[in-house]
Design a protein around this ligand. Sequence first.
Ligand code: C5J
Length: 220
Amino acid sequence: MKTIAARPYEYTFDPAHTAVVMIDMQRDFLEPGGFGAMLGNDVSQLAGIVPACARLLALARAQGMTVIHTQEAHDPQLADCPPAKRARGRLECGIGDRGPLGRVLVEGEPGAWFVSELLPQPGDIVLRKPGKGAFHATGLDAILHGRGITHLLIGGVTTEVCVQTTMREANDRGYDCLLVTDCTASYFPAFHAAVVEMVVAQGGIVGWAAPLAAVEAAFA
Ligand code: C5J
């Protein structure tokens, strides 16, 4: 068992029953010309976490933990994209339309793939998801049950959208989740900070939070 110095109190886990879930570190969210930029965001806000995410993934692989990369993307016919999602934002170029990184948030397009520093490695799992939460309309729960996973270390983007939604979904399904605070970011730093506080408030009502250094220290 390993123990991380976390908030609101220590987080104890067995790496054999723990997965690192890296949420949506896709070009569409981190690079100019992608979906995040089309929504009017300053995508440079997210670049700072990439090195820490790479360290977390490397640690997980070295320790034999399950690694899951989620990918917010739709099938090319948009059969799994609710019209309401597509319409949201009244974008001139939105989900399914052709932009500088290919069709926006569509599986198989350059923008839907991961940033070059965080590419999936052999043995990693790539999970396409049509929603914000990684459990919605995916096989994630079955994958985790099949591997005996009970604990999740979560990073990725954006903190208050796909990361928080996934963490809440996981918490309700009985997983003990730790948010790795410097492996997740938002276009809005205040939202990021608020989510960290929401997670750990009320005795860890959604889970735990700790920086990557604390995760690494648990293995030192
Ligand atoms: C958003 C995400 N923000 N991955 N997706 O639409 O957080």
